[in-house]
Design a protein around this ligand. Structure first.
Ligand SMILES: [Zn+2]
Ligand SMILES: [Zn+2]
Length: 174
């Protein structure tokens, strides 16, 4: 006997095939649509991540927090499903801080790059658009706290939101 585990001593269960619809070849099974994978990282490369899905609500924000943190007049935020976020450099997470009790923001402890922002209870994570390796389809459709932006800052917003299932969801057009 060469069996080394109790599982190997169990009688083999007959393989149960899941019922397939209509076509015995299974060729009509829904084919999962691969979501575009995006990668991003901080300026020094210590913290890196991956997200996937269609960019949601890409928008600029000129609130005081974002202008202070970035040292610039606005930050581009882009939403992705929170469960698609993976920290890819050995799983190392950014350092977190809480500007508000229900919001946490992640940044690199070495170079200070602001990377993500997560609101409690939301199924989205916002990533900073320019920590992404590619910015395609992240043109901002809105500009939060625009009135606080530098008066010399002239922004041409994207004319229409990037197609999402419900155009009324999550768009901050202020
Ligand atoms: Zn860094
Ligand atoms: Zn902001």
């Amino acid at each position: 006997m060469t069996s080394t585990s109790s599982a190997a001593n169990q009688p083999a269960k007959p393989a149960r095939r899941l019922p397939r619809l209509n076509d015995p070849s299974g060729s009509d099974l829904p084919v999962p649509v691969p979501m575009p994978i995006r990668t991003g990282h901080c300026a020094c490369g210590r913290i890196s991540y991956r997200v996937n899905g269609i960019p949601d609500d890409p928008h600029l924000c000129s609130c005081e927090r974002d202008t202070r943190v970035s040292g610039g007049p606005a930050v581009l935020w882009v939403g992705f499903p929170k469960d698609s976020l993976t920290w890819t450099n050995s799983g190392e997470e950014p350092k977190w801080w809480n500007p508000y009790p229900d919001l946490r923001c992640g940044f690199c402890p070495d170079c200070g790059s602001q990377l993500v922002s997560e609101a409690e209870g939301s199924d989205m994570v916002m990533v900073t658009g320019f920590s992404l390796s590619h910015q395609d389809r992240t043109e901002p459709v809105g500009h939060s706290y625009r009135e606080k932006a530098a008066p010399w800052m002239d922004v041409a917003l994207a004319p229409a939101p990037i197609p999402v299932p419900d155009l009324n969801l999550g768009l901050d057009l202020d």
